[in-house]
Design a protein around this ligand. Structure first.
Ligand code: 5AD
Ligand code: SF4
Length: 448
């Protein structure tokens, strides 16, 4: 029934969702369906959703609502467009979404991704609408087919869920408790990716540093890094790390493992100890800075990025200035800044919060300017240096500019003479001379 039908996937949020979207694409293609780029071309549209901040919720609702106005694609053999919602909002709201969004046909969650093909078939064949959500089950879905966006780059989830209960965060409630994937499975998956020609593996988890605590009593993330490194893959990255669990053994790996890339995303969230405590982060600014010092000792060129929340309940000007201080002190190449967003059911939602909105927006603006200044300064340091770039594709359609990532995780642009030349570079790792730095990318030329 669905064979030959077209589908599009719109993904919000984190890398785990992007990875799940690759599985969704793989499963739908196995049904004989064909992926298309845009929603108007699709018979079936899947939204992979995120509920970490309110904005993502609103954007989803807006996009789904606008689906009503998009006419059927001319060649469609169906009498309607099918709309599916998966990911975290699907998991959180379940059947309630069918009530609030009358043109949504199917809702599924994060734990039952594998059920999507038969749920969708039922919806189409039986002309029904349905929501199917289950609680707590390991969702590594490793047996599911995946259609990777880039054949040479793979995500490898090693844990799902989170036990940390940062007071602002809804993830532990939606994604459940942390479950680690058995060590041997990770090793086997890494080897299998390498045999398929994968050049870069990104290990995924809400907090990869606590990997194995549920299975082996003590975290074994350093051993995971050793095993994945031994697979011979050219590049290893991982996300995300909780500073309280980043061990010396893991830090050491940045010196000893050649294929572990010199880049680390280490969310600090705030530079104020009072706010860190209210967030239940369980580290101090001084501890965070001591980690940065150790990292720089073992790997002086390591590129650091972070997440920061502005306007957490009770944040004073003094607290905010501490955050600015830490940003200056660390010298991040990239900082993801977020305005605190109230999430129902989290402890922070109950905290007194009387900072005026305009004060928070003004702080956010100041931080943004500081981050830009810092990123430009950090990028400047690469001018005149050599970078090894894994090319991904074209920076902008038709521009002839090839885009890729350096070992430090920075975006690098290289002008080529044609679109074909850009395509020929994709998937290759090549040396590039960095000629110029911009705030969010570097410009360079290929070294022949
Ligand atoms: N409000 C704002 N930002 C949040 N994050 C998580 N929850 C919230 C929230 N309620 C941010 C944190 C986290 C990133 C993925 O999203 O900075 O590291
Ligand atoms: Fe959320 Fe904290 Fe867990 Fe990250 S570590 S997912 S911010 S609860």
């Amino acid at each position: 029934m669905l064979s030959g039908a077209t589908f599009s996937i719109t993904t919000f949020g984190c890398q785990m969702n992007k990875h799940d979207s690759e599985r969704v694409s793989g499963m739908l293609q196995e049904l004989g369906m064909r992926p298309v780029e845009t929603i108007p071309e699709a018979d079936v549209t899947v939204f992979m959703t995120c509920c970490v901040r309110e904005k993502a919720d609103e954007r989803l609702m807006g996009q789904v609502a606008s689906m009503k106005n998009i006419p059927l694609r001319p060649a469609s053999r169906f009498s309607k467009r099918y709309v599916c919602i998966g990911g975290c909002i699907g998991q959180r709201d379940g059947a309630a979404l069918l009530d609030s969004l009358p043109h949504v046909d199917l809702v599924f969650g994060t734990h039952n991704l594998d059920e999507l093909p038969h749920l969708l078939q039922e919806v189409v064949e039986e002309e029904t609408r349905q929501a199917s959500i289950i609680d707590g089950r390991s969702d590594f879905h490793d047996a599911l087919p995946e259609s990777r966006e880039q054949a040479w780059a793979a995500w490898l989830p090693i844990t799902v869920g989170c036990n940390n209960f940062c007071t602002y965060c809804v993830v532990p409630y939606v994604r459940g408790r942390e479950i680690s994937r058995p060590f041997e499975e990770i090793e086997a998956q890494a080897r299998s990716y390498v045999s398929e020609g994968v050049k870069e593996i990104t290990l995924l988890g809400q907090n990869v540093n606590s990997y194995g605590r549920d299975l082996y009593g003590t975290p074994r993330f350093d051993e995971v890094l050793d095993a994945v490194s031994a697979s011979g893959v050219e590049r290893i990255r991982f996300a995300t790390s909780h500073p309280k669990d980043l061990s010396d053994a893991v830090i050491e790996r940045f010196a000893t493992l050649e294929n572990l890339m010199p880049a680390l995303h280490l969310p600090v969230q705030s530079g104020s100890d009072a706010i860190l405590e209210a967030m239940n982060r369980r580290y101090t600014a001084a501890h965070y800075l001591s980690l940065i010092e150790k990292l720089r000792q073992v790997r002086p060129d390591i590129a650091l990025s972070t997440d920061i929340i502005v306007g957490f309940p009770g944040e004073t000007e003094e607290d905010f200035l501490r955050t600015c201080e830490i940003v200056r002190e660390v010298g991040y190449t990239q900082v993801f800044t977020f305005i605190y967003s109230k999430r129902a059911g989290t402890p922070a939602d109950e905290m007194e919060d009387n900072t005026p909105r305009e004060v928070i927006l003004e702080r956010f603006e100041r931080l943004r300017a500081l981050v830009e200044e810092g990123a430009l300064a950090a990028n400047k340091a690469y001018e005149g240096h050599l970078a090894r770039v894994l090319f991904e594709g074209e920076a902008k359609k038709g521009s002839g500019v090839a885009m890729g990532k350096s070992e430090h995780g920075l975006t690098v642009h290289v002008q080529t003479e044609s679109d074909e030349a850009v395509q020929a570079l994709a998937g290759k790792i090549l040396p590039v001379q960095i000629d110029e730095s911009k705030t969010w990318y570097l410009r360079g030329s290929l070294i022949s």
